[in-house]
Design a protein around this ligand. Structure first.
Ligand code: ZN
Length: 342
């Protein structure tokens, strides 16, 4: 059995459009894990279908369906979500936008094998979880702030397995060209991935100036209770105002390719939060570099305008936005191939 323990950093959404987000549902976690597993597998040259529109079946299936199942083929594992004892999660069902938060304690995911899981699949699953925790987000509504997690135990026995299996993974994966029904689709792919970590610094404590921040009152509970600063909508508005292609933000039945977290306090700072942006920018390396440069200049020069309420007439609040870390999917892939840690 394989266990992963993590803290919830920004609210975790595992509901669907009909359901409330105030619990952690296994199906929501599995769906998200699969989504990231697909991204990793494609980036490594393997094959992953879109499970909502696929011809995979028990006779012919992609690398993701091999582990997660498809029509006529069951998933190879059962997932158990274990909550900390006596620490019930809090949520605000009235607003239905917050997702699930824990004041203290960690969530544990237990992966119980139901069939034999290949060593390569364990390693890919472990890499998937690290990818989510380090550069992405777990669950749903991750384009709107939710899903940042922090692993509690970074070391586990699968890390030791990784050096043994990483070299075997390319041969283990099924080449995409052998699947006709997967050709010509615009899938999310780790090769197109970029993750940007930002530090947002105010010149006075956030508690003091929060009334001046243009934050939805439904969301302000997040700061009051958890010190999560719900700025994802502001960051998205700023980015949409830039020269970044509108297509990347989704719409017309297409999902967003740009994801933005809320602000979270890593260092218990009174005037600083971090947030992350990750995106899937198709095209060449230059296109991704240009995307990162545009994000940086847009946020540095313009985020304040989208964050501070001007109607209140409070002037002179200074906002500093600094990039902290930029990681490209190709770097993650290269490091994995070397068998090293990132
Ligand atoms: Zn499939």
């Amino acid at each position: 059995m394989y266990e992963v323990k993590f803290n919830i950093v920004t609210p975790l959404w595992t509901g669907d459009s009909e359901r409330k987000g105030g619990t952690v549902r296994e199906t929501g976690i599995i769906g998200s894990l699969r989504w990231w597993y697909e991204i990793l597998v494609r980036g490594l040259g393997g094959t992953a279908c879109d499970p909502t529109n696929t011809l995979c079946n028990n006779d012919a299936f992609c690398d993701a369906c091999s582990l997660f199942g498809c029509t006529g083929r069951s998933r190879k594992f059962k997932l158990e979500v274990v909550m900390p004892e006596e620490k019930k999660g809090e949520s605000d069902d009235k607003t239905n936008v917050l997702g699930f938060m824990l004041k203290d304690g960690s969530v544990t995911l237990k992966f119980v094998p139901l069939k034999e899981i290949e060593g390569e699949e364990w390693v890919l699953l472990n890499e998937t979880i690290k990818l989510i925790a380090r550069y992405g987000a777990l669950g749903g509504r991750t384009a709107q702030g939710n899903g940042v997690i922090k692993l509690v135990d970074n070391e586990n026995h699968l890390d030791r397995l990784a050096s043994k299996y990483n070299a075997c993974i390319p041969a283990f994966l099924r080449p995409a060209k052998s699947f006709d029904y997967l050709q010509g689709k615009e899938f999310y792919d780790l090769r197109d991935f970029v993750s940007l970590l930002y530090v947002l610094e105010f010149d006075e404590s956030i508690d003091m100036l929060r009334d001046s921040l243009d934050i939805n009152s439904h969301l302000s509970v997040l700061w009051n209770r958890y010190h999560v600063l719900p700025i994802a909508p502001n960051v998205r508005r700023a980015l949409r105002s830039s020269t970044i292609s509108k297509d990347l933000f989704g719409g017309k039945g297409r999902g967003s390719r740009v994801f933005v977290s809320h602000g979270y306090t890593d260092e218990h700072s009174e005037n600083t939060v971090r947030f992350r942006i990750f995106a899937f920018v198709r095209g060449k390396e230059e296109d991704r570099k240009k995307f990162c440069q545009t994000v940086e200049s847009t946020l540095r020069d313009g985020l304040g305008e989208f964050l501070i309420r001007t109607s209140k007439g409070k002037k002179g609040i200074s906002v500093k936005v600094e990039p902290f870390q930029t990681v490209y999917g190709e770097q993650i892939i290269a490091n994995m191939r070397k068998g090293g840690d990132r």
